[in-house]
Design a protein around this ligand. Structure first.
Ligand code: PEP
Ligand code: MN
Length: 364
């Protein structure tokens, strides 16, 4: 895929998208847009059709809201974007000259819906932003990007809005940063925008999450803003006023992606070669560990002993997690690492046992 950026910012500042969760009235939409237009923003957002988890919640004002978006364009000069989830939404949005469309998390998750939107987009060249699916599935996200790209849309960006999860994480949608980072690794030129509002679900951590996105070299932010956040008709707890939003953007610390300073480059190079060396050692050590697993597999087979020894495995887990803590490795990391090593070890032992079994059978 040869995806082209939508925003193409060159001044090193993040892409800024802001506006209410939902368009509620012409006054509310214009008040938000005028508040935001006092400083530079790249795109004004408002939901016209709202995908709600349960019926009975406010489901958006519908078509009439598109007229208010047109008014925003006329009165503030801002470009505008809204969410589309089906063929009719696309036609209506295009008829009203909406500059950029976006696919919501509940649409990206469903290939039928994504394809319907893609088919409706065929023959147009409107830029499209694609939110991550509600579940942490990179392939599904990629699939949606591919469907839209195949419809002939070249200007595509993605929005990271976190993932549904069970239990209390402090987030409305858990970020799982490694997923958008992997997407960026595969498509380095793809603009990745952080929707801190839907990740946080609450105002007090919006700044922290926005800063984290900047530290991870995300290209921009999408944040829900409302003139009277507490009385918003949807997502009240996470919305902030345009002024608070301007403060949030001003307080961001922007880091350089690279530096031309020679000393900096040499020092970084030195650290990186140290890391590469250690990674090589780690891999060699793991290889040696698996050779021993092969030997154990053979030995257990000869003595007709099962591979999995639960007590031994529990001991390893307890002891090594404690040792990891002593050298600054978190319990979560140690647990994932040890489980992965253990699984690989079991696979090695099973392979040795089964191959040996095959040989036995052939011999008879
Ligand atoms: C929204 O942006 O208001 C929205 C509905 O978001 P999401 O698709 O991320 O839930
Ligand atoms: Mn919302």
């Amino acid at each position: 895929m040869d995806i082209k950026p939508i925003f193409k910012k060159t001044d090193g500042t993040p892409i800024i998208i802001a506006g209410p969760c939902s368009a509620e009235s012409e006054e509310q939409v214009l008040a938000t847009a005028k508040g935001l237009a006092k400083r530079n923003i790249d795109l004004f957002r408002a939901g016209i059709w709202k995908p709600r988890t349960r019926p009975g919640s406010f489901e958006g004002v519908g078509r009439i809201g598109l007229k208010w978006m047109q008014k925003v364009r006329q009165e503030t000069g801002l470009k505008v974007t809204t969410e589309v989830a089906n063929r009719e939404h696309v036609f209506e949005a295009l008829k009203h000259n909406i500059d950029v469309l976006w696919l919501g998390a509940r649409t990206t998750v469903n290939p039928f819906s994504v394809q319907e939107v893609a088919d409706a987009l065929e023959g147009t060249n409107v830029p499209v932003m694609i939110k991550n699916p509600i579940n942490p599935d990179l392939k599904l996200w990629l699939g949606a990007i591919e469907r839209i790209y195949k419809a002939g849309i070249e200007n595509i960006a993605v929005i990271h809005r976190g993932f549904s999860h069970h239990g209390d994480s402090g987030f409305r949608n858990i970020p799982r940063w490694q997923i958008p980072i992997e997407l960026k690794r595969q498509f380095p030129d793809l603009e990745v925008i952080c929707d801190n509002s839907h990740i946080c679900g609450r105002r007090d951590i919006l700044q922290k999450v926005a800063q984290k996105a900047m530290d991870l070299n995300f290209d921009g932010l999408m944040t829900e803003t409302h003139p009277d956040p507490d009385n918003a008709w949807s997502d009240a707890a996470q919305q902030i006023t345009p002024d608070t939003f301007h403060d949030l953007v001003e307080n961001l610390v922007l880091r350089n992606v690279t530096s031309e300073n020679r000393e900096f480059k040499e020092t970084l190079e030195h650290f990186r070669s140290e890391i590469d060396e250690i990674d090589n050692e780690l891999i060699n050590i793991l290889g040696r560990r698996m050779q021993i697993a092969d030997k154990i597999g053979l030995y257990k087979k000869e003595n007709n002993i099962a591979i999995l020894q639960t007590t031994r495995w529990n001991n390893i887990l307890d002891n090594q997690v404690a040792k990891g803590k002593n050298v600054g490795l978190s319990e979560g990391f140690m647990s994932i690492l040890l489980r992965a090593i253990h699984q690989e070890s079991i696979n090695h032992q099973a392979e040795v046992m089964n191959n040996e079994q095959l040989k036995d059978m052939k011999g008879h």
